[in-house]
Design a protein around this ligand. Structure first.
Ligand SMILES: [Zn+2]
Length: 541
């Protein structure tokens, strides 16, 4: 196996990918090298910027340099001693409609120059084409993939099997399912560039997740042409391990300055919001006064630093189990990116299945978007499928969440516990105390120290979708178990009347007793006295 997964969060992985030249850590960004015009040499990319791998285009190499890279070897030709990936010319098919090479020639060429990672000559599915045409691109790519294994003799290259289908998700699924059965070492999602250029990150999210569902998860997934650092974290979270980007250079040519949240025209900047070695020494004014070539180099270098810093930030977030927070933050950089974040909800079950349930650190819950988090979904499934309330409990006493956690250590709970003990004596297990709380719904007090029920911070007041979710989940909980009475201490300053209405309804349907006490003012003597009366009455019944 050339790919070994070390750490996971959401669908993201930190992994080790072994090529014949080096061992690479994923997620990994391959800067695109244009062998004809390269502002920053491949050697500098490794030594000064830390890029262990680069990608270049075998089709362009063959067309411009023919036998030269074969004679010298690709690594020497580019003067790069890391790993080199080659693309086959598929992108040129997309842009120019065709290439003057067939698959057999380009496969052979990639072998002969000594690529570490190489790509078959797939047919990209353009954004604009009809479904019929899209079908043909998938069928032809699959045909070529099959043919490739007839050509392939033993070699030490990692071969990439691209998934096509474009925005047609049924085709992406079919393409992934079929190519995933062939013995490629790496897969790639083809044709995302146009989707990104159109800012359809929601479609991109669907494409990635559809491919992920049908591809073998133990192989890395490459996202072709993922240019901008503001979407790296999203793509990694959805399961992309490898990226290539020419954007650092293309943007620089247009005087565009990348940040992890967007792009600036150099002329619009009064200050550099960056602490890379270039930006700390200069002001935008200094840089603008230089020659075109110098400006371009300055910007390309800065853009590379920003890309590398973002990849490192993503890896750190994976290690800490806080990639969700990073993605949530980044996707606020543009409404179209946030649309992709909202898409995650539709695939939450799939992401939950593969994301670790226990992490090093707690998490932050900002808004209803966080309800799609794997931790939230995981707990919900456990609670409704595997949990059993204490065996003698008959009365469910629901308290609203407190700022302090764990809940069983709060003064509110201690007062209630004392009262229960006084009223019920040694029958105290008859009353089961649970907290209703965002984002988890119902938290039985005996579980409140289980990760991550206490290891989270939430934003209040809650948005309406969050209140609805908690109200629904609380009702489901009541529906699921056999309590005879439900007593709700209703804090409607936090919950409006959503919880009380929904619980009341459910109890009516189940024909069990429902009692409500308003506690907006906190747990004072009057409320405790009322609660005491209710409990006494319940016990005497
Ligand atoms: Zn900078």
């Amino acid at each position: 196996m050339s790919f070994e997964i070390k750490h996971k969060d959401l669908l993201a992985r930190i992994g080790k990918l072994k090529t014949k030249s080096s061992t690479l850590e994923t997620p990994l960004l391959f800067p695109v090298i244009n062998p004809s015009i390269q502002l920053i040499s491949p050697k500098r990319l490794k030594e000064e910027f830390g890029f262990e791998a680069v990608i270049t285009n075998a089709y362009i190499l063959k067309k411009r340099f023919q036998k030269e890279p074969i004679d010298t070897g690709l690594h020497k030709f580019l003067d790069f001693n890391g790993s080199i990936m080659t693309d086959s010319g598929a992108y040129q098919i997309l842009v120019y409609g065709g290439v003057e090479v067939n698959q057999e020639e380009i496969v052979e060429y990639q072998k002969n120059i000594g690529s570490d990672i190489a790509t078959i000559l797939d047919i990209p599915t353009s954004w604009k084409v009809s479904k019929e045409h899209a079908k043909e691109t998938v069928a032809e790519t699959l045909r070529r993939a099959e043919d490739f294994f007839k050509l392939k003799t033993e070699d030490n290259i990692l071969w990439v099997g691209p998934v096509q289908g474009g925005r047609h998700l049924d085709l992406v699924a079919e393409s992934a399912k079929t190519i995933g059965k062939m013995p490629f070492q790496i897969h790639a999602l083809g044709s995302p560039t146009e989707v990104m250029e159109n800012y359809r990150f929601d479609v991109l999210a669907d494409m990635i997740l559809t491919a992920k569902k049908y591809l073998p998860l133990n192989r890395p997934l490459h996202l072709f042409g993922a240019g901008h650092p503001f979407m790296f974290s999203l793509a990694v979270a959805l399961g992309c391990d490898l990226f290539d980007s020419a954007a650092y250079a293309l943007y620089a040519r247009q005087n565009r300055y990348m940040t992890e949240n967007g792009t600036w025209q150099l002329s619009n900047l009064d200050y550099f919001p960056c602490s890379c070695p270039n930006c700390v020494k200069e002001t935008p004014k200094d840089v603008q006064d230089r020659s075109k070539k110098e400006i371009e180099t300055f910007l390309a270098e800065h853009n590379l630093f920003v890309c590398m810093a973002e990849i490192n930030r993503i890896k750190q977030a994976i290690r800490e189990g806080r990639l969700w927070e990073l993605v949530e933050m980044r996707t606020h950089a543009h409404p179209a990116l946030f649309s992709a974040m909202k898409k995650i909800k539709e695939h939450a079950g799939f992401i939950e299945k593969f994301s670790p349930a226990v992490k090093k650190r707690g998490f932050f819950f900002f808004s209803s978007i966080g309800l799609a988090r794997p931790e939230v979904l995981h707990y919900r499934n456990q609670l409704l499928k595997n949990y059993q309330p204490p065996i003698n409990s008959e009365i469910l006493l629901l308290l609203s969440q407190t700022h302090k956690k764990p809940y069983h250590n709060t003064r509110k709970y201690k007062k209630v516990k004392r009262l229960i003990k006084n009223v019920t004596g040694n029958l105290s297990e008859i009353v089961h105390v649970c907290f209703y709380a965002a984002p988890f719904g119902v938290i039985p007090v005996e579980l409140d120290e289980v990760y991550p029920l206490s290891q989270n911070e939430v934003t209040t007041p809650f948005d309406s979708e969050t209140k609805d979710y908690i109200a629904t989940l609380t009702s489901e909980y009541i529906k699921n178990f056999d309590y005879k009475t439900v007593i709700l201490l209703n804090d409607n300053s936090l919950w409006d009347n959503k919880i009380v209405d929904s619980c009341k309804n459910t109890c009516a349907i189940k024909k069990i007793q429902f009692k409500e006490l308003e506690v907006n003012t906190g747990m004072n003597k009057d409320i405790l006295a009322c609660l005491e009366n209710i409990l006494k009455k319940q016990l005497s019944d």
